[in-house]
Design a protein around this ligand. Structure first.
Ligand SMILES: Cc1ncc(COP(=O)(O)O)c(C=O)c1O
Length: 465
């Protein structure tokens, strides 16, 4: 800034001057229910700084992140290699997004991504998970010439209109009809899949190998058998690995856990750019791309203005390089096994703790009806008011008392989902298990602040009816 000249844009100054208004600004100009919800559960914190698997508030308290920004922070926050890649790409002043040339970075990132799924040939880059799914839906419908896409009950594939059409929860869909022609089947139900395929109008079946909602794994052998059925009926297997991909489940892609599974289309996003730049990728077989882009006239038939931008591509290349150099997939498997083992060991100790499941660092902790009379009546009051309140009662003290951020894995579910950055190790596992044990001890004592808070949640749930 020069004396007397225009003030210009001063990010640090702006944040210093107006940062404290964050919740008011949000309430006034954005989705007003977010600050309302955060205030209700006391999550309206002011985080100032973040690094790796932690963030810090203004008082310098550290918070352990077991949510990873809904999975985008696969490498944790501000990985130095990804950060440097972004500085480098800005400093290089590339002739990006001219739209009438071919830049090297998208080709290099596609090459690197495809190396992890050698049966796939081509990539379309978009800007989010939902766009990766939209692309797969369009490509499947065009390539097969059929309109209908099958999906699983409780599935989540994004919230734009196409991906909403394959969403397995009424709460997300209600009021947005008409959506695309689709049909829901239960995860694992091969008979239903075959019944629908026999109708001859199915383009494909979109599936999360492990469902984000509730952390439900497809039964062993299901994906392989579904693939065979789909191919017999000339329909496509679409694997949505937006959440499970890039090491999350202890394999590079979760479908690779099962021998012989080779999806025709594969959706990736979230962690691909290290949490910095929105990105999505749809990988597919050559014949599908050949059909969609069948002539020069159709070159832009499916495209995105920001798709393949240099920042997203450079970040993606840096992320995949770090994943190799730091053996991130193996770490996710090792840390995930340790965390799951230690949590599973607690199931015998706590009657409210019913199940610990998942793979790698995608773990579901399910609570259920206790056996003892003392806790059963308390549980019944919560359940009568609204399902999911007990899981909320756990998430809140985890943050307030132990400074650990987690989430309830979907509306009306008594399941907490853990999806920490894939870099966590024994230290983070110890901290989480210690805190979780303390919260479970409180819950099983049947009294105290935790159940007081439960009563508040019940009152709110009843008032909201
Ligand atoms: C499996 C799955 N697919 C798609 C999406 C949508 O991704 P995005 O929020 O980037 O649109 C999500 C987001 O949570 C997801 O978990």
């Amino acid at each position: 800034m020069t004396d007397g000249g225009p003030k210009g844009f001063d990010l640090a100054g702006l944040l210093a001057e107006r940062g404290a208004e964050r919740y008011e600004l949000h309430a006034r100009h954005l989705n007003h229910q977010l600050p309302r919800m955060l205030r209700t559960i006391g999550f309206d914190k002011v985080y100032e700084r973040a690094e790796g698997a932690y963030f810090w508030d203004a008082e310098g308290n550290d918070y352990l992140d077991m949510l990873a920004g809904f999975g985008v922070m696969g490498l944790g926050r501000h990985h130095p290699v990804v950060r440097e890649a972004l500085h480098d790409v800005l400093d290089a002043s590339l002739a990006d997004l001219t739209r009438f040339d071919c830049q090297p970075l998208p080709g290099l990132l596609a090459e690197k991504l495809l190396a992890h799924s050698p049966h796939l040939d081509r990539v379309f880059f978009g800007n989010s998970g939902t766009e990766a799914v939209e692309t797969a839906l369009k490509f499947a419908r065009y390539a097969t010439g059929r309109p209908r896409v099958l999906y699983c009950a409780h599935a989540f594939h994004g919230l734009t209109t196409g991906s909403l059409s394959v969403n397995g929860e009424a709460g997300f869909r209600d009021g947005f009809a008409p959506l695309l022609p689709d049909t829901e089947i239960a995860l694992g139900d091969l008979d239903a899949l075959e019944r629908e395929l026999k109708k001859g109008d199915v383009a494909g079946f979109v599936v999360e190998p492990i469902q984000g909602k509730g952390v439900h794994e497809s039964p062993p052998g299901f994906l392989r058998a579904a693939q065979e059925l789909l191919h017999r009926h000339k329909a496509l297997l679409i694997a949505d690995e937006v959440q499970t991909g890039l090491g999350r489940t202890g394999d590079f892609y979760a479908y690779q856990h099962e021998e012989g599974v080779e999806p025709d289309l594969l959706c990736v996003a979230k962690a691909l750019s290290g949490g910095y730049v929105p990105v999505g990728a749809t990988l597919g077989k050559d014949w599908i791309f050949q059909r969609v882009y069948s002539s020069m006239d159709r070159v832009l038939v499916h495209s995105a203005s920001f798709g393949s931008n240099a920042q997203a591509m450079a970040a993606g290349l840096a992320v995949l390089t770090v994943m190799e150099d730091e053996e991130i997939v193996a770490n996710a498997r090792r840390s995930g096994d340790l965390l799951r083992e230690r949590l599973t060991a607690l199931t015998g100790r706590y009657e409210l703790l019913h199940d610990v499941r998942g793979r790698g660092l995608m773990i579901g902790i399910e609570f259920g009806r206790p056996a003892s009379l003392k806790l059963r009546s308390r549980w019944a009051v919560l359940q009568a008011a609204r399902k999911g309140l007990f899981a909320q009662m756990v998430v809140v003290p985890l943050l307030h008392k132990h400074r650990i951020l987690t989430q309830v894995s979907g509306d009306h579910l008594e399941v907490i989902k853990l999806i920490p950055p894939l870099i966590v190790g024994e230290k983070e596992v110890d901290r989480f298990v210690g805190a979780f044990t303390a919260v479970m001890d409180d819950a099983h004592s049947g009294g105290g602040l935790m159940w007081d808070f439960g009563r508040t949640l019940v009152k709110q749930a009843v008032a909201n009816r």
